[in-house]
Write a protein that binds this ligand. Structure first.
Ligand code: GDP
Ligand code: IMO
Ligand code: MG
Length: 427
């Protein structure tokens, strides 16, 4: 039962799409288990570049079945446009499976996301504005709309009524917006039903049967560990569980089935949106990381905040996910620095702290304690094995591995599928 979880070890955008695509050729199923089209996963295959938001990155591997699990929130309009965009480029999307239990991002939840952010003003989260938070809130509040509801008009109407009863009051009275019409929402949602029906399936049954037959299943996380609703930098987080446990609840597979948990770890750190970020740089180094690393959001086009590698965060990701491996990405971006600072601990109110503080106040006060590692100037994008790397790059990787608490089993030296140094096999 080889079930692997692949997830972000930092604040997202670590290169999960590339890593998933790399494995896609050797696995039978790739499953998204949480999040929605807030994700932006870039995959480069030869001279073709794909930006995926909702669809699992495995969709680009012809023999792999892509699955959208019950834990995902699905915006049907985005789903259909992403599918047609891929079809236009000759990608076969017919194998896609979508859980009937996945929740639907309704147009009114996109509206609520945007007005809430506007209302929060300076305290805003900096969400992607895709309706993610309000849709998960409806799910937990038990007024959500699920994919299966599209196939029962009467139930759908009742559920949209229940959801809008309260929301329309808030929209009109608090936010001074026009109330949303139940009939209009129902009509729009019903318009998607036929187009999606062929993909809807009992995905937990299919995945568990596949595991019983020794098929390989890869669970692809969106976002990252520090954006997790429980384990991240709350409230500056997304509204789901990108951490490893989320794969079980978000796909209906028991924890005993998971054999490997791979953390995707950028060789430096980035973050999009608001929230604490101890190693953030506001100088020329930060600007250089952004420029060389191409650190601009795939979903919202926002510049990503950039900073040095933070080993405290990596250790934390190892702990809360039970990581068995790391995939270190974007090592090539660090080429050219004479010295590379790495955060090994924090100083909080005059005390050295080795682990991520559980108190948010403490984390806001955390100052990075840096160790400088010697850099390298040689181009490493063509490196095929660990020994091809310059000595200082090897030492940088080894130092990160030692500080982070799990073996680095692969290293990314460029965006392409083959620009990867594989040290230990993932399968
Ligand atoms: P994801 O959200 O975790 O899938 O990551 P994104 O796609 O948002 O951002 C990662 C970016 O880095 C993408 O543009 C990738 O093409 C690129 N990338 C991934 N791995 C590497 C690598 O090892 N080196 C370089 N230079 N780029 C990489
Ligand atoms: P991938 O999968 C980076 C961030 C947003 C915001 C916070 C909440 O590409 O790594 P949301 O719209 O989810 O309610 O926004 O989470 N965020 C991401 N940051 N990568 C992502 O996805 C993200 N998805 C959400 O910027 O700070
Ligand atoms: Mg991304």
């Amino acid at each position: 039962m080889p079930a692997l979880v692949l997830l972000g070890a930092q604040w997202g955008d670590e290169g999960k799409g590339k890593a998933t695509d790399l494995l896609g050729g050797s696995v039978d199923y790739v499953v998204r288990y949480q999040g929605g089209n807030n994700a932006g996963h870039t995959v480069v295959v030869g001279d073709q570049k794909y930006a995926l938001h909702l669809l699992p990155s495995g969709i680009l591997s012809p023999d792999c079945v892509p699955v959208i699990g019950n834990g995902v929130v699905v915006d049907p309009s985005v789903l259909l446009s992403e599918l047609s965009g891929l079809n236009d480029r000759g990608v076969d999307t017919s194998k896609l499976l979508i859980s009937g239990n996945a929740h639907i991002i309704t147009p009114f939840n996109v509206t609520v996301d945007k007005v809430t952010e506007r209302f929060l003003g300076k305290r805003k989260i900096g969400t992607t504005g895709r309706g993610i938070g309000p849709t998960y809130a409806d799910k937990i509040n038990r007024v959500g709309i699920r994919v299966q509801d599209l196939y029962d008009e009467s139930i759908l109407t009742q559920k949209v009524e229940a959801a809008l009863d309260f929301k329309n009051q808030v929209l009109a009275k608090l936010y001074n917006r026009r109330a949303i019409s139940v009939a209009q929402v129902v009509e729009e949602l019903l318009g998607y039903a036929d187009q999606i029906e062929g993909f809807v399936a009992d995905t937990t049954l299919i995945l568990n049967n596949a595991l019983d037959e020794d098929k390989v299943v890869l669970f692809e996380g969106g976002q990252g560990t520090l954006l997790d609703i429980d384990h991240g930098t709350y409230p500056f987080v997304t509204s789901s569980n990108p951490t490893a446990g989320g794969a079980c609840t978000g796909a209906g597979v028991g924890p005993t089935k998971i054999s490997r948990v791979i953390g995707i770890l950028k060789a430096y750190t980035t973050r999009v949106g608001a929230g604490p970020f101890p190693t953030e740089l506001f100088d020329a180094d930060g600007e250089a990381l952004r420029r060389i690393g191409g650190e601009r959001g795939v979903t919202t086009g926002r510049d990503r905040r950039c900073g040095w590698f933070d080993a405290v965060i990596a250790r934390y990701a190892t702990r809360v996910n039970g990581l068995t491996d790391f995939f270190l990405t974007k090592l090539d971006v660090l080429t050219g620095w004479e010295q590379i600072p790495v955060c090994v601990a924090y100083e909080i109110d005059g005390k050295r702290v080795e682990e991520l503080p559980y108190s948010q106040t403490d984390f806001h006060h955390a100052k990075p304690v840096y160790e400088n590692l010697p850099g390298w100037s040689e181009d490493i994008t063509g490196a095929k094995s660990f020994s091809d790397l310059p000595k200082n790059a090897q030492a940088y990787v080894k130092a990160l591995e030692e500080m982070s608490g799990a073996p680095i089993s692969a290293i990314g030296v460029g965006p392409g599928r083959d620009e990867t140094i594989q040290i230990n096999s993932f399968l």
